[in-house]
Write a protein that binds this ligand. Structure first.
Ligand SMILES: Nc1ncnc2c1ncn2[C@@H]1O[C@H](COP(=O)(O)OP(=O)(O)OP(=O)(O)O)[C@@H](O)[C@H]1O
Length: 373
């Protein structure tokens, strides 16, 4: 190895360690955070309502460490400093995430009292997500807290059950893992893998557009995740940067399975869903569709990563829809010809002509950039 590449390798290792240490030095505290105090006061007594009914979540919580080994020098290594600003207890500095025990916990027997509640990571339509630490094992994960009343009020019990069932049935390095869930009188708590570097959407806003090395690495990982889902007859239906979280070493993970659906091979769907900029022509035209809608969304994602805006964006929804249906795709001059070729092959109006996810992973844009990941 040349001395320059040795230095690069050392820097990559340092960046990787820095990220890991940031997580380890995270402090968790309930003080000064009313919402957290509120959660802390909750009764942890479990009841046996309908919430458990028909859910096939894993009985055991088997927690594994993050992947170790760094690819590209981290463009995201600095975006997460806010995660270390939590006041309170400090984790033991001599235990890295990868060295944490892999405890096997019975999820059903867990309660809120078993966790220290840390920083609020975000808020969705039906709940808030916190970084939490399991008190006995020291394991860190993300906890999504949802009010039962809200779930019932909006009549989304069925959608919620499906989301939990689908997410807990998936096991892939580029899909956010759901370890399990428990509930008490008022709330349901989902325990998920904690993705330390937040949403891809925020990275794009802060540092986009991405260069081909980063963008191709992210697209490769998403293609692999979607191929795995499609092999299991599951369509995600809401691929977009807001639903992609970044972990260590630029690992990206698809999340939010709220729109995901099990779609047996050969059958077609009709429900309109997703986010306009990422909708395929067949969805816009309310035609029948299949898993190729995710392939289209991957093309929109690839375009957004390298250009920093979605390909058919216009001032109004109507104009955007028209451009999508027309297939009015234009590339800025600076986009590499390999990237253009891949994106154009993903954004084919006729869904049958869209490139397969396997072909995506072997496309020259991917293979030429792979050595630099
Ligand atoms: N596993 C996780 N690790 C780290 N941060 C997370 C994790 N899950 C969610 N978050 C953060 O919490 C925010 C809220 O997540 P949540 O899943 O509740 O809603 P959402 O997917 O953003 O929106 P919606 O509920 O509208 O679909 C996310 O935007 C993300 O920033």
């Amino acid at each position: 190895m040349s001395s320059a590449s040795k230095m690069d390798a050392a820097k990559i290792r340092r960046d990787s360690l820095l990220q890991r240490n940031m997580l380890l030095s995270m402090r968790l505290n309930n003080s000064g955070n009313n919402e957290n105090q509120h959660i802390g006061q909750l009764s942890s007594e479990m009841n046996s309502g309908n919430w458990r009914k028909s859910l096939s979540v894993p009985k055991k919580l088997s927690i594994k460490s993050s992947r170790v080994g760094s690819p590209i020098t981290s463009k995201v290594s600095n975006i997460n400093h806010n995660h270390s600003n939590i006041n309170g207890k400090r984790y033991s500095p001599d235990r890295s995430v990868s060295q944490q025990h892999s405890p096997t916990l019975n999820v059903k027997s867990l309660s809120l009292n078993d966790f220290e509640i840390g920083k609020k990571l975000g808020k969705g339509k039906f709940g808030r997500v916190y970084c939490v630490r399991h008190k006995i094992t020291g394991f860190i994960c993300a906890m999504k807290v949802m009010e039962k009343q809200e779930i019932m009020q909006y009549n989304v019990q069925k959608q919620f059950r499906r989301e939990v069932e689908i997410q807990s049935s998936l096991n892939h390095q580029n899909l956010t893992k759901l370890y399990g869930y428990f509930h008490d009188e008022k709330r349901v708590y989902l325990l998920m893998e904690y993705l330390v570097n937040g949403e891809l959407y925020k990275l794009l806003k802060a540092k986009g557009p991405l260069d081909d090395i980063f963008a191709s690495y992210y697209i490769y990982q998403m293609a692999d995740a979607l191929e795995y889902m499609h092999q299991k007859n599951i369509i995600h239906r809401d691929v977009k940067p807001e639903n992609i979280l970044i972990g260590f070493d630029n690992t990206v993970k698809l999340t939010d399975f709220g729109w995901s659906i099990i779609n047996p091979r050969g059958t077609k769907r009709k429900t309109m869903c997703g986010t306009l900029d990422y909708l395929s022509p067949e969805l816009i035209a309310s035609k029948e569709y299949d898993d190729k809608v995710d392939v289209w969304a991957l093309g929109v994602l690839a375009f957004e990563l390298v250009v920093n805006s979605p390909p058919f964006e216009e001032d109004s929804k109507e104009l955007t829809s028209k451009r999508i249906v027309r297939g009015d795709l234009k590339f800025p001059n600076h986009i590499s010809s390999d990237a253009q070729d891949l994106i154009a092959k993903l954004l084919r109006h006729n869904s049958k002509e869209r490139m397969s996810l396997r072909e995506v992973k072997q496309h020259p844009w991917i293979t030429k950039n792979k050595p630099f990941w």
